[in-house]
Ligand binder design. Structure first.
Ligand SMILES: Cc1ncc(COP(=O)(O)OP(=O)(O)O)c(N)n1
Ligand SMILES: Cc1nc(C(=O)O)sc1CCOP(=O)(O)O
Ligand SMILES: [Mg+2]
Length: 209
């Protein structure tokens, strides 16, 4: 399989959010890697949000990944798509690649990592690092040492850590050398989302500030 198009070697802070309102807020706050993750809605329902999010991504020259809805991402020329292991069973990977979209893939153990690497994606996500309230997970948290072990075999592949990453835990995750931290609740449930975003950006993208 040919490789998917490259993304940035280090994706930095990567908020994962469920609305166009959050996309706009965070892009205007300086975020440059972001995901629209709307779950369990029909394609017809979700299409306007996907179109608006992609337009905002282009306006801010951001790396906007669409979770799950890969056909709409192709149709509206998103920067990229994020797929999990179950999504890989049904997605047309060749169509995503031929349309020039970047591909990120979730992994949770060695077997999933083997499968993801064989597909030569644009980045690989490693989760969940810590317990999370945001999504019911069938496996146990991997923790920092498993994250380190996985990173050791990933070489130049861009990497993303996800799951339970709070502002307090971000430094130990970033100390592993992972290229990006993906967060939901650390921003969307923060008492002050602007402050949380600014602090996470400063930790994850110190050279940009
Ligand atoms: C950056 C990032 N990593 C992992 C996921 C999880 O994707 P998936 O396993 O497909 O689960 P859903 O998000 O679709 O519930 C992600 N979305 N983003
Ligand atoms: C959507 C998602 N995927 C995960 C994975 O491990 O694949 S963990 C997760 C939720 C992350 O939310 P929070 O930052 O609030 O813990
Ligand atoms: Mg998915």
């Amino acid at each position: 399989m040919l490789p998917f198009p490259a993304t940035a070697p280090r994706l930095g802070l990567y908020p994962v959010v469920d609305s166009v309102e959050w996309i706009e807020r965070l892009l205007s706050a300086g975020v440059r890697t972001i995901q629209l993750r709307i779950k369990d809605r029909s394609s017809i329902d979700v299409e306007p949000a996907i179109v608006a999010a992609i337009a905002l991504g282009k306006k801010y020259a951001a790396r906007l990944f669409i979770n799950d809805y890969w056909q709409l991402a192709i149709e509206h020329q998103a920067y990229g798509v994020h797929l999990g292991q179950e999504d890989l069973e049904v997605a047309d990977l060749q169509a995503i690649q031929q349309a020039g979209l970047r591909l990120g893939i979730s992994t949770h153990d060695d077997a999933e990592l083997d499968r993801a690497l064989a597909l030569r994606p644009s980045y690989i996500a490693l989760g969940h690092i810590f317990p999370t309230q945001t999504k019911a997970m069938p496996s146990a948290p991997q923790g920092i040492s498993e994250l380190q072990r996985h990173l050791a075999r990933l070489g130049e592949m861009p990497t993303v850590a996800i799951g339970g990453i709070s502002l307090a835990r971000a430094p130990e995750v970033l100390a592993t050398g992972v290229g990006s931290i993906a967060v939901v609740s650390a921003i969307t449930q923060a008492a002050d989302w602007r402050l949380a975003t600014a602090e996470l950006l400063a930790l994850a993208e110190p050279d940009q500030r």
